[in-house]
Write a protein that binds this ligand. Sequence first.
Ligand SMILES: [Zn+2]
Length: 252
Amino acid sequence: MVIALSLSLVLIAVAVLVVGYVSGADPAVAGSSAGASDAATETPRPAPEALPAPATVESFDKAARSLDDPTSIWVVVNKLRPLNPQDYEPDDLVSVPVEHTWEPELRQEASDAVVAMFDAALAEAGLELASNSAYRSYSAQEEVYDGDDLTTARPGFSEHQTGLTMDIGAASGECSLAECFAETPEGVWLRDNAWRFGFILRYPADKTDVTGYSFEPWHFRYVGTELATEMHDTGFTTLEEFFGLSAAPDYE
Ligand SMILES: [Zn+2]
């Protein structure tokens, strides 16, 4: 405010000087200064909104990372976008030090984010989370795929193969890998807070026609805090819609 006020005073002073100069000058000079005079007389009423506002929405660079490279944390994997190569295996997998049913592995960056998120859930809300499934190799996905394309991915088309995805549940096991997880305190907390740690709820309830999967309130995909925050702030809930990619309801 102080800066805005001083700025207005300076502009008023300039306007007075210009007007004074023009009115006292000869017609030739006055004519050439008319533009400046008009501009100056309009400036003494600057509104606060004239100050530059943070332009986060406009400045987000959607091309900053690859959507195709499986090593990119923005890679988009769906029924139309298999991993390339289809037997891709991350080279920085680590064991994730959290509660679990199956020993979880993720890429280092995603693992660190999971640990921070689980710690925050406990510290902020007293909730204990656990991993049900994380990285799954091409061959592990062959075991998991049950023939139902709405609930499981074919090998080479699973986000779990990126090493950036975890199926998360309550440590109690309540509603584990079930739609009712959405109503548990753990499910609600994750839905509301995962973005702060760089995760998105990848298969929302109302986006089956876009993602190709039914609601999975337990399936969280790491995309980094920059993208997760941008999607949270702009209201986009799928990678397909945010990046303007084709909806992927079915395999080709
Ligand atoms: Zn999953």
